[in-house]
Ligand binder design. Structure first.
Ligand SMILES: C[S@@+](CC[C@H](N)C(=O)[O-])C[C@H]1O[C@@H](n2cnc3c(N)ncnc32)[C@H](O)[C@@H]1O
Length: 325
């Protein structure tokens, strides 16, 4: 198995996973083609409904089999097949922990019906009593803390809701966008999943790797990854994306900056707003410490990082709001 760790494998996930004998993944994230006629360079995304459902059951079963006993399994899926995924999960013995709605803040325009602006993300586990859930690593400041000055507020912040609206789709103009893949997930969304449901040095597997967002997030968070992608072109470009990222990490790797960026994206508070408001900054710094397992962050250091991010990011991938004005 070591041969495949930290690699993007070019192949059909059903064939590849079918050859694996031992469970190796602590976390699986799958974002399959949704069967809605998307243009991929190799895969044809408009199959007969019954074939697509049978295929979904096949790969879900194989993913379950390579998942370690305490493992977690997240699946992103569109409206058309969300119900089928849930039924299959029940049939193959997975336990659902959350049915998350990712409400993306930049939906596509429509002419004659309401614009679709969400994707379903299922969070399943193999064993309902034994799984990793690092709540501290994903907590965010609560409204009690931020808005209402409520002394009953939990100083640890709160676990986010199951409707996620902090991340937009990765649009063509975003810095994050790779330009060679049609439907890239935001890294920040993957980071939340990886932070909650894996630990450092764990193995995160993505059977539909695409542009390697899962691998990129795993790499930045000190996890191992395995990505499987049927298109040679996407697989090769993914390897280049990850090689570049490894170089950037070894040059600039900075835990304070990484954590600050992730919390900024999760709260959508602008650096400017934080730097102007001492109370808000204190709550933010405290939340960083909670997320990092009580490692203390110095306010001045965080403020320095916020200044740097504020100046640099003229073109942010997530619009920054001046918090709830
Ligand atoms: C929705 S995209 C994944 C996007 C990915 N989450 C990202 O952020 O870039 C689905 C990907 O699955 C790939 N794919 C389709 N069938 C596959 C198979 N049987 N095995 C492996 N990859 C497959 C497609 O080429 C496509 O890149």
């Amino acid at each position: 198995m070591e041969n495949y760790l930290n690699k993007i494998i070019c192949g059909d996930c059903i064939e590849w996973l079918g050859q694996i004998e031992q469970p190796f993944a602590d976390l699986v994230f799958a974002d399959p083609p949704f069967n809605i006629g998307y243009k991929y360079d190799k895969y044809y995304d408009k199959r007969k409904k019954e074939n697509y459902i049978a295929w979904t059951k096949q790969w879900m079963t194989l993913c379950r089999d390579v998942l370690k006993p305490h493992g977690s399994f997240y699946i992103a899926i569109g409206d058309d097949y969300a119900a089928n995924v849930k039924v299959i999960a029940d049939e193959i013995g997975l336990t659902m922990r959350n049915w998350i709605i990712w409400h993306y803040t930049f939906g596509q325009q429509t002419k004659s019906k309401f614009a679709r602006a969400h994707t379903h993300i299922f969070y399943f586990v193999k064993d309902s009593k034994n799984f990793t859930f690092n709540d501290h690593a994903v907590r965010v400041p609560s409204d009690r803390q931020l808005l209402y000055n409520d002394r009953r507020a939990n100083p640890l912040g709160k676990i986010p809701d199951d409707v996620w609206n902090t991340d937009s789709r990765v649009c063509g103009t975003f810095n994050e966008r790779v330009q060679w893949h049609p439907c890239q997930m935001p890294e920040n969304l993957l980071k939340r999943i990886i932070a909650a449901s894996s630990n450092e040095a764990d193995c995160v597997m993505d059977p539909f790797s695409g542009s390697a967002t899962t691998a990129a997030a795993a790499l930045q968070m000190g996890r191992n990854y395995v990505g499987i992608e049927v298109s040679e072109n996407y697989a090769e470009q993914s390897r280049q994306r990850l090689a570049q990222l490894s170089q950037d990490i070894s040059r600039n790797g900075d835990i304070v900056k990484d954590q600050t960026q992730r919390l900024l994206a999760d709260t959508r508070i602008s650096p400017k707003k934080l730097l102007k408001d001492k109370k808000l900054l204190r709550i933010f710094v405290n939340q960083l410490s909670v997320r990092a397992g009580n490692r203390q962050f110095a306010g001045e250091e965080v403020a320095g990082v916020l200044r740097e991010i504020g100046e640099r990011d003229t073109k942010m991938s997530t619009p920054q709001l001046d918090f709830k004005q």
